[in-house]
Ligand binder design. Structure first.
Ligand code: XMP
Ligand code: MG
Length: 184
């Protein structure tokens, strides 16, 4: 799928594939340095983080393990409520592990704040967060994010793992949706 296939649905491209990959490679460099000589477990949050996880992991030189969680936050439509339910838990015991949560986007921060706290209660050595995108204007809680790809405006975005009604996840770039797509 490329821009022409979805051109009618997108208002504009916010971050190109090149920009995403360049930033991921810089983030990977930092992560490699920070975790040198330590074990590292990447925890991807399904489904949005699939692309970030796959690309970030390939930019890393360190040996890492990868595991996945699926969570859903109660709430309607595109708003998260902060009440989170685990749909799929980790297979990995976190005792003594260095955990890096890998997320697609931080909006209100409620989901990640809950998740980080949940994982910290499992006896890990450390829990940090890496997120490809962050909307600073949407923040409702302070979440300490050690690695951030890009800060973006407070608009609904799709692509690179992010969906609208399960569509657009496979786009290699991030764009904003045209209003007609969501009934605007
Ligand atoms: P909170 O508000 O808890 O929400 O930080 C984070 C989760 O909400 C979803 N989300 C989005 N999904 N485009 C999307 O496709 C967006 O602009 C967007 N903003 C938030 C996403 O699942 C994220 O993990
Ligand atoms: Mg998500």
């Amino acid at each position: 799928m490329d821009q022409s296939d979805v051109g009618n649905d997108l208002a504009n491209i916010l971050l190109t594939e090149e920009q995403l990959q360049k930033r991921l490679s810089e983030m990977a460099g930092q992560i490699d340095a920070d975790y040198e000589g330590k074990d590292l477990l990447l925890v991807g949050v399904l489904k949005g983080a699939i692309m970030v996880m796959a690309d970030l992991a390939r930019h890393l030189h360190s040996q890492v393990q990868m595991d996945w969680m699926a969570v859903s936050s109660y709430g309607s439509g595109t708003k998260s409520s902060g009440v989170v339910r685990i749909l799929k838990d980790l297979d990995t015991d976190l005792t003594g592990r260095n955990v890096l949560i890998v997320e697609d986007i931080i909006d209100s921060g409620l989901t990640l704040s809950w998740l980080a706290q949940n994982l910290r209660s499992r006896g890990p050595e450390s829990v940090e967060i890496a997120a490809m995108l962050r909307k600073p204007e949407a923040a409702k809680v302070d979440v300490e994010v050690k690695y951030v790809g890009y800060d973006i405006p407070n608009e609904f975005v799709v692509g690179y793992g992010l969906d609208y009604a399960e569509k657009y996840r496979n786009l290699p770039f991030v764009g904003t949706l045209a209003p007609h797509v969501y009934g605007g």
